[in-house]
Ligand binder design. Structure first.
Ligand code: SF4
Ligand code: SF4
Length: 336
């Protein structure tokens, strides 16, 4: 793979991200609603920033689910409803939100780990996705089996291949309204020989050629995503004593050209309790979005104000260097 490597970074201190961007990143008009339905997942991947697993029980309540549906129904400015988790399909409210959003003709993205198709009670999902024309975004952190299983668990690669073949049979990857995107994220570094994510276009070609040749698989786009140093990734980097070095490395590749494209500019991220954040990473770090008076915003506030655009300034942190290094990174892949 075509990666850009760097020697050991120097130990000078990290420039706070907020200072780097001259104190402030403003919010644009909200068009994307990303809902984190809960922490339940059938997997427990090493890189998971949500720290999801089969043991977690936190999920959406019926009250918050109803409020989310009210937002979908009331605000035509929302064009995309992006469902994540955990495994979103395992958490309360998944189908209710899907069907409400599709009834309003929103684009609905489901961030699926694909292996959920093989869990008892979830076998219906591929047909359900196709029937509702969900855009499927699925993690496949490498096109090689050993790398995937190391990161996500034994057998995950083979199940993912079978799941993609099933989606292909239903028209995903070939029909215009059945989009299947795959997500690449690099393995976590073992030492300070860090690298940026590979070139997205080139890697997409490599994935497509390999998966077509070996499994007759087709998909639409590959998104390359940088490991953001939070959650399990942060704990891992801290155990290796390279957390600060990693952030320093990302900072050394800071690209101001990504700032106008970072996903937090036009997105609201909602947690299972109805709290509002600028992005899923801030949600996991419990850095809530605030209004102009500094008050934390909840979904109830949005509905009472009848206004989705209450946030003036995005809350940033040093892990934002992960979104803005090199070509940049977001839930939709590289930014520039
Ligand atoms: S499948 Fe996704 S949500 Fe589940 S543990 Fe893995 S990275 Fe986390
Ligand atoms: S982590 Fe990325 S998406 Fe979230 S606030 Fe920072 S730059 Fe924006």
């Amino acid at each position: 793979m075509n990666t850009q490597t760097s020697p050991i970074p120097n130990t000078s201190s990290i420039t706070p991200f907020r200072k780097k961007i001259n104190y402030g990143l403003t919010k644009n008009k909200i068009t994307v609603l990303q809902v984190n339905l809960g922490r339940k997942c059938n997997l427990a991947c090493t890189h998971c920033h949500v720290e999801a697993s089969p043991k977690r029980t936190e999920e959406l309540s019926s009250e918050v689910c109803q409020q989310i549906i009210e937002i979908i129904n009331r605000f035509p400015q929302i064009k995309i409803v992006d469902l994540t988790g955990g495994a979103p399909e395992m958490n309360y409210g998944f189908e209710k939100i899907v069907e409400a959003a599709r009834a309003k003709e929103k684009e609905v993205i489901v961030r699926s780990n694909l292996t959920i198709f093989f869990e008892s009670g979830y076998e219906y999902l591929p047909e359900y996705f196709a029937k509702n024309k969900l855009r499927v975004t699925a993690s496949l952190p490498c096109y090689l089996e050993s790398n995937v299983d190391k990161q996500r668990g034994t057998g995950v690669y083979n199940q993912s291949v079978l799941a993609i073949q099933k989606l292909n049979q239903l028209g995903y990857g070939t029909q215009a309204n059945l989009i299947l995107d795959l997500v690449y994220n690099p393995a976590l570094p073992k030492d300070t020989n860090f690298s940026l994510t590979p070139n997205q276009q080139q890697l997409e070609q490599d994935y497509k050629a390999y998966l077509l040749e070996h499994f007759n698989i087709k998909f639409n786009n590959l998104f390359t995503i940088t490991n953001i140093p939070i959650g399990r990734s942060k704990q891992y980097l801290q155990r290796k004593n390279i957390h600060n070095d990693y952030i320093k490395f990302l900072e050394s590749h800071f690209n101001s050209g990504t700032l106008s494209h970072v996903m937090c500019r036009n997105e609201l991220s909602i947690d299972y309790l109805g709290n509002i954040y600028d992005c899923d990473f801030n949600q996991m770090e419990n850095i809530a979005a605030t209004d102009s008076s500094g008050k934390k915003i909840t979904i109830t506030d949005l509905l009472e104000a009848n206004n989705l655009d209450l946030i003036t300034e995005i809350k940033t942190a040093n892990y934002c260097y992960g979104c803005t290094a090199g070509s940049g990174s977001s839930c939709g892949g590289s930014l520039t």
